[in-house]
Design a protein around this ligand. Structure first.
Ligand SMILES: *[C@@H]1O[C@H](CO)[C@@H](O)[C@H](O)[C@H]1NC(C)=O
Ligand SMILES: *[C@@H]1O[C@H](CO)[C@@H](O)[C@H](O)[C@H]1NC(C)=O
Ligand SMILES: *[C@@H]1O[C@H](CO)[C@@H](O)[C@H](O)[C@H]1NC(C)=O
Ligand SMILES: *[C@@H]1O[C@H](CO)[C@@H](O)[C@H](O)[C@H]1NC(C)=O
Ligand SMILES: *[C@@H]1O[C@H](CO)[C@@H](O)[C@H](O)[C@H]1NC(C)=O
Ligand SMILES: *[C@@H]1O[C@H](CO)[C@@H](O)[C@H](O)[C@H]1NC(C)=O
Ligand SMILES: *[C@@H]1O[C@H](CO)[C@@H](O)[C@H](O)[C@H]1NC(C)=O
Ligand SMILES: *[C@@H]1O[C@H](CO)[C@@H](O)[C@H](O)[C@H]1NC(C)=O
Ligand SMILES: *[C@@H]1O[C@H](CO)[C@@H](O)[C@H](O)[C@H]1NC(C)=O
Length: 439
């Protein structure tokens, strides 16, 4: 575990990336949306043709593909993915991946003007693109089709904010790409710990707030944060929390920064002063629980459940050990082009599930309802979907020499876009548009 994190400085997004996206654009993506929608409607009935144009992965999957369509017929009554939002009590996190190159990807990499180089894998040299074409199929229902305008109208005059680490920045970028086709007047503006996508047509914002531990830590600077020596203040959250007040949809996460040591450094004094910083070392789940309790108390005391919906994203898994999925020895996510398709039993990827248990236990006794987005298992199947060597390191695209050495340089933490984080957003979308608390 340790060595993986040490190869991945991509926790930090370099400043020039941010500068690049601080531009106003004013172009219409209507035509693309129309095209995607019509391909989808037409394509739904002609999947046989799609199966003819196949790679062998696709062929292999053809049976699953068709049988899923049949299920859909039964549950929806039409050969269409529902536009309506009602998934009822369906456990949308329990299911499997289905190849669907008719509807996916939901947008094109080259059409997302705000995407950073960190996640644009094809532009960075990745050759296979099947990773963009998998649809998450819950066992007992269909996910509603992501409709940018529908979500934007729900967000009118509102704010949606992802709070947490770089995996949430990954998801935030995905959401920006998913929504931008629905708006003409939009821009990304960065201010301190907040990076905000403004959709002026709807007076809406979709924001990312950098707080990798949720509580205060010595890693709070969104541009320059040491990953070598992380120290937290588990009882201090107000400095961050003040920026979350009044936001309509809050989505939290905190996982990856906990992961390279079994113990967490907890500050003894008041401030992170220079070399003299003193700390205790506390077991990971214990320290995590202290943090989650601090967070829960803050939410209960500062968030109005009549205004705000609160979500918590479970752990985003890593794929550094091919032994876990019977890959050839000594490789990682870098050579992977297919998800794990055998969904019998849980995928063995070494995610520390105790941390989700902590979140579940703590949220149960909160006054504020918190909806947990259980993205861990479905993401564990996606060993093919990481940024791998098609990404940046310390602000620079990996060189051909570095790309040739995936054991040293592959990023098996973050995910390519379009890709897996789009599914996380489809799940969030499902929860938001089906929410009875809103409007
Ligand atoms: C944790 O990661 C840091 C930085 O990558 C590394 O220097 C350190 O040795 C790791 N800790 C352990 C216990 O391996
Ligand atoms: C998350 O979803 C997986 C897959 O359905 C399930 O096995 C697991 O128990 C769920 N975990 C929680 C905490 O709900
Ligand atoms: C725009 O949205 C913000 C909340 O994000 C709200 O405070 C403000 O009143 C809205 N402005 C207009 C003109 O609706
Ligand atoms: C875009 O929105 C901004 C902020 O509301 C406004 O000042 C500007 O005039 C708008 N531009 C266009 C082209 O509508
Ligand atoms: C929330 O709304 C309900 C019903 O409108 C009201 O009774 C309650 O006082 C509100 N709660 C808060 C915290 O404003
Ligand atoms: C890996 O292979 C072993 C032996 O062939 C088998 O027992 C195990 O279930 C396989 N694991 C996965 C995740 O397929
Ligand atoms: C992988 O390595 C382990 C021990 O290092 C060995 O037992 C196993 O046979 C190897 N598997 C393959 C497929 O080479
Ligand atoms: C699927 O995984 C289960 C549990 O790991 C294993 O027992 C089974 O043999 C696997 N099936 C196939 C077809 O690989
Ligand atoms: C969560 O709560 C259950 C039931 O009270 C308890 O058995 C379990 O140890 C708790 N887990 C953690 C990680 O705190």
């Amino acid at each position: 575990m340790a060595s993986h994190l040490s190869t991945s400085e991509e926790f930090s997004k370099p400043a020039q990336e941010a500068a690049r996206i601080t531009v106003k654009r004013n172009r219409s993506y209507l035509s693309i949306l129309t095209l995607v929608v019509s391909i989808f409607i037409l394509g739904w009935f002609v999947y046989d043709e799609a199966v003819l144009s196949i790679s062998d992965v696709k062929f292999h999957m053809a049976n699953t593909y068709i049988s899923i369509f049949t299920d859909a017929d039964v549950s929806v009554g039409k050969n269409m993915q529902p536009v309506a939002e009602d998934v009822g009590d369906c456990d949308v996190f329990n299911g499997n991946w289905v190849l669907d190159d008719i509807r996916y990807p939901l947008y094109r990499e080259e059409n997302c003007e705000f995407m950073s180089t960190q996640f644009s894998c094809m532009k960075n040299g990745r050759k296979d693109d099947t990773y963009q074409k998998w649809r998450w199929q819950p066992r007992n229902c269909m996910l509603p089709r992501f409709d940018a305008r529908r979500l934007l109208s729900q967000l009118t005059g509102k704010r949606l904010m992802f709070v947490g680490d770089s995996l949430h920045r990954n998801q935030w970028e995905s959401m920006v790409c998913l929504l931008q086709s629905g708006a003409t007047n939009k821009s990304v503006i960065r201010d301190g710990s907040i990076t905000a996508f403004h959709i002026f047509d709807y007076n809406a914002t979709v924001e990312f707030y950098w707080a990798p531990f949720l509580v205060e830590s010595n890693s709070d600077n969104p541009r320059m944060h040491s990953i070598l020596d992380r120290i937290i203040k588990p009882d201090s959250i107000h400095k961050h929390g003040v920026h979350w007040k009044g936001v309509d949809y809050l989505v939290f996460n905190s996982y990856i920064w906990w992961m390279n040591t079994s113990k967490m450094k907890v500050l003894k004094g008041e401030s992170f002063d220079e070399e003299s910083t003193e700390y205790d070392e506390i077991l990971r789940p214990t320290a995590y629980e202290r943090v989650i309790r601090t967070w829960a108390n803050w939410v209960d005391q500062n968030i109005d459940s009549n205004v705000t919906s609160v979500f918590f994203n479970s752990m985003s898994p890593i794929h550094y050990r091919s032994e876990d999925w019977n890959g050839s020895n000594g490789t990682n996510c870098a050579m992977e082009t297919k998800p794990i398709l055998n969904v019998t039993g849980l995928p063995p990827t070494g995610t520390d599930k105790r941390l989700l248990e902590v979140v579940e236990n703590v949220t149960e006794s909160m006054r504020m309802p918190v909806r947990i987005l259980n993205i861990t298992t479905l993401s564990e199947y996606r060993k093919d979907a990481h940024a791998s060597v098609y990404t940046i390191r310390q602000g620079e695209l990996l060189s051909p020499e570095q790309q040739a050495d995936p054991m040293k340089y592959a990023d098996c933490i973050h995910w390519c876009l379009p890709g897996l984080p789009d599914t996380w957003n489809e799940l969030l979308y499902t929860k938001i548009v089906s929410s009875r608390l809103d409007n």
